[in-house]
Design a protein around this ligand. Structure first.
Ligand code: GN1
Ligand code: MG
Length: 365
């Protein structure tokens, strides 16, 4: 393994001499390694990209390069350090953005940003506010990005596309589980129209399409040692969609008082103080650039993304657990129920969430 990794690393235009390569983090999708070098050169992140999830890795890397270079230029223009406040994609010695090995696996390298702090969970309002500022700033830095981006996962947060997959999954009933899921399937079907109405606003252009990150959990933000947001990482799913999805997915992960897969549903609620904190951070960076149609649906977007997550977990359960890694037999069903509990909590607090958005949007306009 070690030698194989060394051989792969040697394909890339790294500075210095490679000292060691070790596994890093516990991502669900890619395999990640840290490459340590000597001679004062930077260290690097080496990743095997999951080609089952990302069918076109070169196109994905091209997205990441374009977006990172754009952020880097904006940071430099503001007097910041693009090597710390933006990702840097390191090409292969032939100038390609990824390397395909003999087994057909795709590898890519970015510079490691040293002396940073990252969090697994947003456990305070102060941190939630900073996370909101981080994603708000990320979107703001990309507001003038006008190059085409590849759609690396088709219809990722497009509920019309998800319903087409859903209908197929129900028809296939690959694992023979549909007969036991009448109640859970009803959760999806009873909200189908409401969700389509939101998505039609995106399709009609009433809600604009922008550059979106699509995985806005707190662990994808690097902070510096003083606690300042430095850089948003994990750009694998950068695409064009509505910024509301990035907001909604952050709320889904930051504001849940329980775990995403909490077996104890009493622990799962939407925390309104955390919602306020994230929203305040986000709108402090973004309120002036959003159109009224976006502000008006900001609170709803949290329900939209949480609903989509219920659908995706349940669909994977129906398919026989082929997409998400699972830790035990009914994991996807437990995740489905926990996310549904969160959705219900958001529905109950919908009015209060809208009031928070209204108040903070007025404050930062
Ligand atoms: C996947 O593995 P992770 O946490 O980066 C998924 C997200 C889901 C999330 C649910 C490419 O992300 O969309 O919200 O699991 N990413 C992909 O935990 O499908
Ligand atoms: Mg991710």
């Amino acid at each position: 393994m070690k030698e194989a990794l060394m051989r792969i690393a040697s394909q890339f235009a790294l500075e210095g001499t490679v000292r060691s390569i070790d596994p890093l983090g516990g991502g669900f999708i890619n395999d990640t390694f840290i490459v340590r070098t000597s001679d004062g050169a930077p260290d690097y992140i080496l990743q095997r990209k999951n080609k089952n999830i990302f069918p076109d890795v070169p196109a994905m890397m091209e997205n990441i390069r374009k977006v990172s270079e754009h952020i880097g230029r904006r940071v430099a223009a503001e007097g910041g350090d693009p090597r710390r406040e933006a990702m840097t994609v390191v090409p292969t010695r032939d100038g390609a953005l990824c390397h395909c090995d003999a087994a057909g696996e795709y590898w890519a390298v970015t510079e490691f940003i040293a002396d940073t702090v990252a969090y697994d969970k947003a456990d305070s309002e102060a941190l939630a506010r900073k996370g909101g500022e981080g994603i708000g700033r990320f979107q703001a830095l990309l507001a003038d990005f006008d190059e085409p981006l590849a759609e690396t996962i088709k219809g990722f947060h497009n509920i019309r596309h998800r319903f087409a997959q859903w209908d197929e999954a129900l028809g296939r009933d690959a694992a023979g589980r549909v007969k036991d899921l009448a109640e859970e399937i009803g959760w999806i079907e009873s909200r189908r129209e409401e969700m389509m109405r939101f998505w039609e606003l995106v399709e009609q252009g009433t809600i604009p399409t922008r550059v979106t990150h699509n995985d806005t959990k707190i662990s994808n933000i690097l902070f510096d040692c003083t606690g300042r947001v430095l850089c948003v990482i994990d750009l694998d799913t950068v695409m064009n969609s509505t910024s509301l999805n990035d907001f909604g997915d952050a709320i889904r992960s930051y504001c849940n008082t329980g775990a995403e897969d909490d077996p104890d549903l009493d622990r799962v609620e939407l925390s309104l103080p955390m919602f306020r904190a994230y929203t305040e951070g986000y709108l402090s960076e973004r309120a002036r650039q959003l159109v009224p149609a976006e502000i008006d649906r900001l609170a709803f977007s949290a329900r939209y993304i949480t609903y989509e997550q219920v659908l995706r977990f349940l669909m994977d359960y129906i398919d026989g657990d082929t997409y998400y890694k699972t830790a035990y037999a009914d994991h996807n069903l437990v995740r489905t129920r926990a996310q549904y509990k969160l959705l219900q909590s958001m529905e109950r607090q919908a009015e209060a969430m809208c009031a928070v958005v209204g108040e903070l949007a007025a404050k930062y306009r």
